[in-house]
Ligand binder design. Structure first.
Ligand SMILES: Nc1ncnc2c1ncn2[C@@H]1O[C@H](COP(=O)(O)OP(=O)(O)OP(=O)(O)O)[C@@H](O)[C@H]1O
Ligand SMILES: [Mg+2]
Length: 291
């Protein structure tokens, strides 16, 4: 499976340009989707799921063309989607919720639905809570149920929009482990603001900024963008020159971590993905590809 995106544009009614001429090829495996608020991530994901029509350009998911209605119908059958804001029926139990969504996905056989539902509840650690009403679930439990519903029907394309927002560290680790199991020929696209989630689970990453593709390539390559430009500096007040990534106060003063041209006296350190992301946004480049 792969996704080919050509000249993709989306302008919302009212004139807001969300995507402007995206060219992108996404191969099987996990790909992270990063970008600031309003960059166009959700718009791109909604187009990939067939929920939203593009204004221009073409998207192929496998052999299916999303610009045609037959293509959108076909893609819905191969798709697992966890939207940024998933609404669940509070009065249904977890099991009923999955059963209902499985039915909508066209899994007509009752036994097959029951087996998949039980299996997925187990995988996301909700086996003991299958008979509880979803309205009583914590935020983390709802997210896990959201992921379970996305995995119904063994989808070839999995699109998850900020799945770990609001999860505690333990839940996040569990979630990453779950995603990591979804290898094979699947295309999985994970949008998030938590760079560590991408660093830990996605070998490849795309960065959107202002509706344009700012980077597409390996996650390691994005980290490298800050090589030689990530440094520590002790100072009494915020240093000028670089972008402050973080600052730690101890008894000796404040140690800043910055990305930029290291001044004399700074300690250059190994960058993380976060540093690379900051360096990319600093560079203000347009499309950059390491494919
Ligand atoms: N239904 C809509 N009507 C008009 N404009 C919209 C609509 N949805 C999104 N936009 C605009 O399109 C742009 C991209 O929005 P989008 O939701 O795709 O960003 P995002 O990268 O998902 O942001 P976030 O990180 O906040 O989720 C923004 O400027 C947003 O205001
Ligand atoms: Mg979004």
């Amino acid at each position: 499976m792969k996704i080919v995106i050509e000249g993709l544009g989306k302008t919302y009614r009212g004139g807001q340009v969300a995507l402007a001429g995206i060219e992108l090829r996404v191969d099987a495996g996990m790909t992270g989707l990063l970008g600031p608020n309003g960059a166009g991530k959700t718009t791109l994901m909604r187009i990939l799921t067939g929920v939203l029509r593009p204004t221009s350009g073409r998207v192929l998911v496998g052999e299916h063309d999303l610009t045609t209605s037959a293509g959108r119908t076909a893609v819905k059958r191969l798709l697992g989607y966890l939207p940024q804001e998933l609404s669940l029926y509070p009065d249904l139990t977890a099991r009923e919720t999955l059963d209902y969504i499985a039915l909508l996905k066209g899994i007509d056989d009752r036994k097959a639905r029951a087996a998949q539902t039980a299996d997925l509840l187990d995988q996301v650690g909700l086996a003991e809570h299958g008979s509880r009403r979803v309205g009583m679930f914590s935020g983390g439990m709802k997210r896990r149920l959201g992921i379970a519903q996305a995995l119904l029907g063994d989808p070839r394309l999995i699109v998850v929009d900020e799945p770990t927002a609001g999860l505690d560290p333990h839940e996040r680790m569990r979630f990453r482990a779950l995603l990591a199991q979804l290898g094979g020929d699947r295309v999985t696209i994970l949008s998030t603001h938590i760079l560590d989630d991408v660093a830990q689970t996605c070998p490849r990453v795309c960065v959107l900024g202002g509706g344009a593709l700012r980077y597409h390539g390996t996650t390691a390559g994005l980290t490298e963008a800050a090589a030689g430009r990530t440094y520590l500096l002790r100072a009494d007040s915020q240093p000028s020159g670089g972008t402050v990534v973080n600052a730690v106060t101890d008894s000796a003063g404040i140690e800043y971590r910055l990305v930029g041209d290291p001044p004399p006296g700074a300690t250059v350190i190994t960058p993380t993905l976060e540093d690379g992301y900051v360096a990319l946004l600093q560079a203000g480049e347009t499309t950059k590809s390491t494919r």
